[in-house]
Every structure is written in C-alpha cells, then in structure tokens.
Design a protein around this ligand. Structure first.
Ligand code: FAD
Ligand code: MLT
Ligand code: ZN
Length: 519
C-alpha cells in the first residue's frame, strides 16, 4: 500500500510570492467610486492641499513621500491584489520612524484628512486601498527587527517587516513565526496583526489573539500607545492590544509587534492525499487528530475544481501535478515534531490504515525539503489560479464542519439556476472550495471572466444568509474591509455592533482612519 505514497514527480518550485503588480501595470482596474455609485465621498474630510504636502515635506524625507508624477505611479498603492478595487490617493507617506507616524496622524486628525494604513497590500476584502482620495500611510519603511530572546522565544519587530523575512530570521535562530500563509513574501507583520490573519499554522499554534504579547500602536490623534510587553501572563485589567488585532486599521496604526514564537520543529512531513467525498475528508481529519495528535500541524482540503483551476494555471510553467489521477477531494496533511523516527512511524501507520480502509485512495509524501515545498505550492497557488482569469469573488467563512462544503454545493446550484455558470459563454468559470478544514474555515472562490454586478447580486446576501442560518461567521480570517461592510449584522448582533461603533467614535471621533470600510 505504502508504495502509492512515494513521490512520483519532482516539479520545479516557483516563487511563492504573490504576483507582482508590475506585471499588470497596464491594466486598468475600475475605480471603486464608479463601481459602487451609491457610495458618496464624506465631505467632512478635507481635500489634500499644497499646504498639507508642504507640511508632510517638513516631517518626511524625499524617500518617505510619494506623489503621483505620472499616471500609474501610485497604482500599486491604489489597487488591490484581486484587481477589484481602485482608489484615488494622490499621496503615499512611508515614514521611517514611529514618531513620524505620530506626527502624520496628529496632523491628519487636526486637518480631517482621511488615511488608509497599508502593509503589503495583500488584503482580500478591499480593506488596504483607498476608496476615494484618502492618503495611503505605508508601513514598509518601518522594517527593523527589534529583538529576539532565544530563551523565551519572544520576538519584537517593526510593523513593516515582511512575514517571510521575519520567519527566515527566526529559522536562523531555531524558531519559526507562529503564522504562515501564501502571501508571506509580501504581507507584513503589522498587516497580519491588523487582519488577525489565520493561515496554515493556526491549527497547531493558535491565533494571533493568543500569540501576540504586546503592540505599539499610534492612535488617530497621534498618541503613541507603547504596549510592547514580553509577558505571557498579565492580568492587570483590559487587554488593550486585543482591540487592534483584527481591527483592520480602523482605530490605530500598528507600528511594533511583540510575539511569542515556537521552536523550529526538527521533523516536518507533508503528504498530499486523495479521498472520494467530503464525508471522507472529515473522517480523515478525525482519524488524524486522534492518531497523529500532537504532531499534526496542518490539515488543508481542496476540491477537484480548485485543483483543476490550479493545474490549468500552472500548466504554462510546466509543473506536474503530484498524483497521476484526478479525484473529488484532496488533503494536504502536515506533521511537525521533534523526533523524525517517531513522527515517520506514526505517520506511516496512519497512512497505511487510512489506505487499507480505503479512506485515502491515493497519495504521495514529500521525501525532501524541495518536494515538501512543491506539495505546499499546489495548495498555496489556488488563490492566484482562481483570480487570474479576469476576476474572483471570494468568500471566507467559518461553518460547522458537517455543513462546510454544502455552501459550495448550494452556490453552484444557485449559479446554475441563474444561468451564470455552465459553458464558456457564462461569466463564472467555476465555484470552488478549499481551505483550512482543521479550523472550520472554508474559502469559497468564484473564478470569473470578469467582475460583474449580476454575479455579485446573485451571491450577496445569499452566501451571508446561508452562513447565518448555520451560525457561522461571514469572515473566518480575511476580515470585513470594504467588501463586507454592509453585512456585519449577519454575524454580529446589534449590541456588539453598537459597542464597536462606540469604540471607533471614542478613538477616532472624526473617522479619519480607514473610512468607508466595515465600521
Ligand atoms: P494589507 O493588505 O496592506 O492590509 C490589510 C488590512 O490591515 C487593511 O485594512 C489595512 O488598512 C490594515 N493594515 C495594514 N497594516 C497595518 C498596520 N501596520 N496597522 C494598522 N492597520 C494596518 N489571510 C489569512 O488570514 N490566511 C491566509 O492563509 C491568507 N493567505 C493569503 C494568500 C494570498 C496569496 C493573498 C494575496 C492573501 C492571503 N491572505 C490570507 C489575506 C491577507 O489578510 C494577508 O495576506 C495579510 O494578513 C495582509 O497583510 P498585509 O501586510 O498585506 O496587509
Ligand atoms: C488561503 O488560505 O489560501 C488564503 O486565505 C487566501 C485565499 O483564500 O485566497
Ligand atoms: Zn486562508
């Protein structure tokens, strides 16, 4: 049986960094203000004047201030990763110090200039780009590691450090960052904290709400909140940092992060498995939790259509799929532990019995680091593969595991009945499901030939109503941003929403920070 699990091909590893904006330089994403005509600019915000620019020049050096000299210069800051939203910022500020962030915000607050904090701009809900003419406050120049304590594993850095850079730094010190995701080559530590990103390691290391020990945040009026603690335990009143984790830049700009990092696992195994049904995905998950227990570190699932899209997309790069046949569902299972022999024995036994009982019908296991990366590549390239044909509608939901895949089926049925999917004349190419099944998190993606209001109306609020009926969440990890700004009530109740609004009003009375988004 185990012979089926031997690695068959050795595809070339492609960079996991998300597609660069420059490749799409000529493309013109429609202005958000034109795609959403009912949306009006808030006229209590001042329009940027030459006096304002003069002020910023007194605070910032030439390298810290970008204005648009030529059309297209600021596109990378105005357009989102999905090429779905485009703002009209004419000024991007890239301060190099926390004090400069404070001066900028203090000035913007007094002058009522709206600001969008921006990290790596890999946000998937339109949260990181302006809607109208907001100033972009980029954290990319605040990019230093501050300290690392090898005894406690506590790592402190500026918000603009790129996730992959932070992880590489930690790996050299026998530790890892407790979060990993496909956008690691571009997203920043401040950005992942601001979105409370989940990713592939959450199953093992838990969420950022647990791992982040302290934050440094600049409030909308310029006050610097220094809360860069290194304590695992601190029960002295409200845990203020939690307010900013997942706030999506609406009440403060994160400038520094203190986080607990785990030791680098000594043995990592990755297998890519095929199963017959979603029922069997769940059974394999239960079996893995029971038998692999403390070494199970990731459990991702992908349906046939998501892999079909990825195969089409990767075809041009001549990358071979690791299995010979096609199957209804795939699982990427990772174990991480401290003893290779022990982990190998456990995993082998698990796979042997899973195949004997025909729960797993095919599979392959990485034999070295390159193969391991290749297997992850097939999972991590799904978002790009779903996006690259003209557009993608993304829904990132939490649902009880038993109901999780039924949302993909219900959406496909709805698209068919509305005549929006089926053949090449239809706008939707495929509605696919994949995600972090170990966390009850489904990514439902609609790969489209174009962005189109008919598709949007067919899906929203249908999907949010479905999620509400199953007591799920309309955002498991990507946040609400611009896309879901009108739908928060499908997950949060009135009292919760009012409390959020009170907090926003208290800290940002003029609403200058990331306006037109969810709050
Ligand atoms: P940005 O996109 O720049 O900003 C995200 C939000 O945070 C915006 O609202 C912005 O205003 C705000 N913000 C950014 N920096 C700061 C700051 N310093 N202070 C205050 N507010 C700030 N997400 C997941 O949860 N799990 C995944 O597995 C995952 N995989 C992805 C894979 C790909 C290929 C892509 C493109 C995205 C993925 N994402 C995932 C989505 C995205 O949320 C993460 O990439 C990341 O959390 C965003 O970080 P960023 O630095 O790019 O932030
Ligand atoms: C993922 O898990 O791949 C990410 O959350 C990104 C996405 O779904 O597009
Ligand atoms: Zn995800």
């Amino acid at each position: 049986m185990l012979k089926n699990l031997i690695w068959r091909q050795s595809p070339r590893v492609r960079s996991l960094v998300p597609r660069s904006f420059t490749a799409f330089y000529a493309s013109k994403v429609p202005l958000t203000s034109e795609s959403y005509l009912s949306l009006k600019r808030n006229d209590s915000f001042k329009r940027l004047s030459s006096d304002d620019i003069e002020y910023f020049r007194t605070v910032l050096s030439k390298q810290e201030l970008l204005g648009s000299k030529e059309e297209g210069d600021l596109d990378p800051f105005n357009e989102d990763w999905m090429q779905k939203y485009r703002g009209q910022a004419s000024l991007v500020l890239k301060p190099k110090t926390v004090e400069k962030v404070s001066l900028i915000l203090n000035y913007c607050n007094e002058e009522k200039l709206a600001v969008v904090p921006q990290g790596g701009n890999t946000d998937l809900v339109g949260g990181s780009v302006p809607v109208f003419d907001e100033i972009v406050l980029s954290l990319s120049n605040l990019n230093k590691v501050r300290s690392f304590d090898p005894v406690s594993g506590i790592f402190k850095c500026d918000a603009g450090v790129i996730l992959e850079t932070a992880n590489d730094y930690l790996v050299q010190r026998d530790h890892i960052f407790p979060l990993d995701l496909g956008a690691k080559g571009s997203c920043q530590i401040g950005g992942v904290v601001a979105t409370n990103a989940g990713g592939q390691r959450l199953l093992r290391y838990g969420s950022l709400h647990g791992n982040v020990l302290g934050l440094e945040v600049v409030l909308p009026d310029g006050t610097i909140l220094d809360s860069m603690h290194s304590l695992r335990k601190d029960n002295t009143g409200y845990d203020l940092k939690q307010l900013f984790i997942g706030a999506e830049g609406t009440i403060g700009v994160v400038t520094g992060v203190s986080i607990l990092t785990p030791p680098k696992p000594r043995a990592v195994n990755v297998s890519f498995l095929a199963v017959k049904s979603y029922e069997d995905v769940q059974k394999v998950f239960v079996k893995a939790k029971g038998e692999l227990a403390e070494i199970l570190s990731a459990f991702e699932f992908m349906d046939a259509k998501s892999i079909e899209l990825t195969r089409d997309h990767l075809k041009k790069d001549d990358i071979t799929f690791p299995l010979e046949d096609e199957y209804p569902f795939y699982i990427l299972l990772e174990t991480s532990g401290s003893n290779k022999e022990h982990d190998d024995a456990k995993l082998e036994k698990f796979l042997e019995t899973a195949m004997e009982s025909e729960l797993v019908i095919d599979g392959t296991m990485a034999q070295d680091e390159t193969e391991l990366k290749n297997l992850w590549h097939w999972r991590e390239m799904i978002p790009e593969s779903a996006q690259c044909n003209g557009g993608v509608y993304k829904y990132d939901v939490s649902l009880p595991l038993k109901d999780l895949y039924s949302l993909v089926e219900a959406t496909n049925a709805r698209l068919e009945s509305e005549g929006l999917i089926g053949d090449e004349s239809k706008p939707v190419i495929a509605a696919v499901g994949y995600g972090h099944i170990g966390d009850g998190n489904l990514h439902l993606n609609l790969a489209c030939r174009e962005y189109n209001k008919t598709i949007e109306k067919c899906l929203e609020p249908f999907i949010y109503q479905f999620v509400q009926s199953k007591h799920g969440s309309i955002s498991a990890e990507h946040g609400l941003g611009f896309q879901k700004k009108n739908y928060i009530q499908y997950t949060k109740n009135e009292v919760e929403i009012n409390m959020m609004k009170d907090i926003k009003k208290h800290y940002d009375p003029y609403g200058i920070l990331n306006p037109y988004k969810y709050i």
